[in-house]
Unconditional design. Structure first.
Length: 223
């Protein structure tokens, strides 16, 4: 059930499975709990994002009733908290400023099986396949943090002391700490490992762990 007029709702929390089962009228065991697995109803699609986070896509006519049901079961939170969870799960969300800035492997999409290397023809296939089978990934995506006065926009450049533009911000969200932001950013690997990265007016960047490990073969020459 693919359509251009569906509304997306994010549901997260340790009670999300039971809440969704009750609201959608299905058994708890029917709710998908594996990342990227989905369940489809007459007017909705439910997808497990990761762990206890879900996306519920519904028709416009169902939006208000569904929000009322969800509000009776949980608490409405700012969208920035959802974005922060995406960042901590290492899931890229491209915006207009970065829609043509990266190839899929640069945003770690292969981790989530977001690329099909056996598929026939699609836009950018030659570059994507060449990198997978013959090239070396020089700019993967990292999770980083910094103390900043405001959130950096998608596409904001990251620098190091001896070179400018060694990376770009993909997504940013404020954390629970005052003036502290976490981000996903595509960064030149050799520079990210050396440290000394900064944003804006030399605000230092810290590289944080991701909840997954990238295949080391991506960084090895295949020739």
């Amino acid at each position: 059930m693919l359509a251009d007029d569906l509304y997306g709702l994010g549901i997260q929390g340790e009670k999300a499975v039971n809440c969704l089962a009750e609201i959608l009228g299905v058994e708890s065991k029917a709710i998908p709990t594996q990342a990227s697995h989905s369940l489809t109803g007459d007017s909705w699609i439910l997808t497990c994002v990761r762990n206890d986070r879900f996306e519920l896509w519904i028709k416009p006519s169902e939006l208000t009733p569904m929000l009322n049901k969800l509000n009776s079961q949980g608490t409405l939170i700012p969208s920035e908290q959802w974005i922060l969870a995406e960042i901590r799960d290492g899931i890229a969300d491209l915006r207009p400023e970065t829609s043509e800035a990266f190839i899929p492997q640069m945003t770690n999409l292969q981790v989530f099986e977001g690329i099909n290397f056996r598929k026939g023809c699609y836009t950018g296939q030659e570059i994507i396949t060449r990198l997978q089978h013959r090239g070396v990934l020089k700019r993967p995506m990292y999770r980083i943090s910094a103390k900043l006065a405001e959130a950096p926009l998608p596409g904001s450049l990251i620098h190091c002391d001896d070179k400018e533009g060694v990376g770009q911000v993909v997504l940013a969200a404020k954390t629970e700490i005052l003036d502290h932001y976490e981000m996903l950013a595509v960064i030149l690997k050799e520079r990210a490992e050396q440290g000394g990265l900064w944003l804006g007016n030399h605000e230092p960047i810290q590289v944080l762990d991701l909840p997954y490990t990238l295949d080391p073969k991506l960084f090895e020459s295949k020739r």
